[in-house]
Design a protein around this ligand. Structure first.
Ligand code: GDP
Length: 385
């Protein structure tokens, strides 16, 4: 009997438990199916469903633009002096206008001619050139009987051009040889604008369609090589440089070697100009020249002179002409002086033609020197008469 009661009890408990379970479970609580392990894609199947965008081929994809370094396009060199003539306004005011004022007087007496002479001397033209010029002017006025301002302007221009030097060879020898580039060495006292001139000259040559390599052989002035490299990089000219305080002759030699290797047209070598003694300067420049000439003769040696230092600059320049054979003068900073006559004095005293003139700090402010355009700039416009 007791066993029957126990069995009934168990059945009852089970039945209640089953009923409670049914009532309490709601459909929303049905458990999700047990997760299955992710299936590896089978051979030949896509690893993911294909995208519905069309696939692009290589041809459809635009290549990113390669950034070419932006190079300057220097101004053409022909007619630069005429374009830059206003930069000579200081000389024009004192020399050109001064002379006209004098020559336009009613009476050209001795006193007036003396004043003409003084004006020319004040422009740093030098005594000998001044006396010659005044002598020729006097004679033409007398012989040709000229008096009108226009006539006087014409003879003044003609005689000024003659004094500056009409038939002088002012061409720069920068054309390459068969097996090597032309070599131009630039010398001068530091501060005259030597490095700037090298940079501007590189632009002049690039404007004329040449390829240029620069040699930073001014290892004396710390910033000179950086300065030169900046100038060069603006027009795509490579700069060969060495360690600060390194051997200038070695750098100059390497620059020419590089010029040969890349078949450049012209190699421009900047040199140091601040040396303690004249002997030191001569020795160093002489060595640079000798070492460079192992490649072949230097084509052009340009002496840079600062026009604002006037006659003092000419005296300094002599040291350079004794050390190396200077073939041309670059007269810088003519925009900063009223003494444009220095062009004449430099040529007469050194016996070397002015080939280029600096008329400002801008990159294209270096002009091939043309006597006629220079005389016109000094004398000003005819309209001003
Ligand atoms: P370096 O020591 O002889 O190499 O002289 P730099 O080339 O460093 O020039 C010295 C200074 O002269 C710089 O400030 C140049 O900008 C300036 N300079 C060079 N040429 C001219 C020029 O024709 N006109 C003017 N106004 N300044 C110039």
């Amino acid at each position: 009997m007791i066993e029957l009661l126990v069995v009934l009890g168990i059945v009852l408990v089970l039945a209640v438990a089953v009923m409670v379970g049914f009532v309490s479970r709601r459909p929303s609580e049905v458990l999700p199916p047990a997760p299955t392990a992710p299936q590896e894609p089978l051979l030949g199947e896509d690893s993911e469903p294909p995208r519905d965008t069309e696939l692009r081929t290589v041809a459809d994809v635009e290549a990113p633009l390669l950034q070419e370094p932006q190079l300057d396009v220097p101004e053409p060199t022909a007619g630069r002096l005429t374009r830059l003539r206003s930069r000579l306004s200081r000389s024009q005011t004192t020399l050109g206008r001064g002379l006209f004022a004098l020559l336009s007087r009613d009476k050209l007496d001795d006193e007036t001619w003396e004043e003409v002479e003084d004006t020319l001397l004040a422009s740093d033209m030098g005594v000998a050139a001044t006396q010659e010029l005044v002598g020729r002017l006097k004679q033409r006025v007398r012989v040709e009987g000229l008096t009108s301002p226009a006539e006087l302007r014409t003879i003044l221009r003609e005689e000024l051009v003659t004094t500056i030097g009409r038939d002088v060879d002012r061409s720069l020898r920068t054309l390459p040889h068969e097996d090597r580039p032309a070599v131009v060495m630039v010398v001068g006292v530091n501060g005259t604008g030597k490095t700037t001139t090298c940079g501007k000259l590189a632009r002049v040559l690039v404007a004329d369609g040449r390829s240029v390599v620069l040699g930073a052989a001014d290892t004396f002035r710390a910033a000179a090589a950086d300065q030169l490299e900046t100038w060069g990089s603006r027009v795509g000219a490579e700069t060969v440089r060495g360690p600060e305080g390194g051997d200038p002759a070695a750098i100059a030699f390497d620059a020419v070697a590089r010029g040969k290797a890349v078949q450049a047209d012209t190699v421009l070598v900047d040199t140091a100009g601040r040396l303690h003694t004249k002997t030191g300067l001569m020795d160093e420049l002489g060595k640079v020249k000798r070492v460079v000439e192992k490649h072949g003769p230097i084509d052009e040696t340009l002496l840079v002179l600062d026009a604002t230092t006037g006659q003092n600059g000419v005296v300094q320049a002599r040291v350079f002409t004794e050390a190396v054979q200077v073939t041309g003068v670059v007269l810088t900073k003519l925009d900063g002086t009223a003494k444009g006559g220095i062009v004449v004095a430099v040529q007469r005293e050194l016996g070397i033609p002015v080939k280029l003139i600096g008329l400002g700090e801008g990159p294209d402010d270096l002009a091939p020197f043309e006597p006629e355009a220079f005389a016109d700039a000094l004398l000003g416009d005819e309209a001003a008469l």
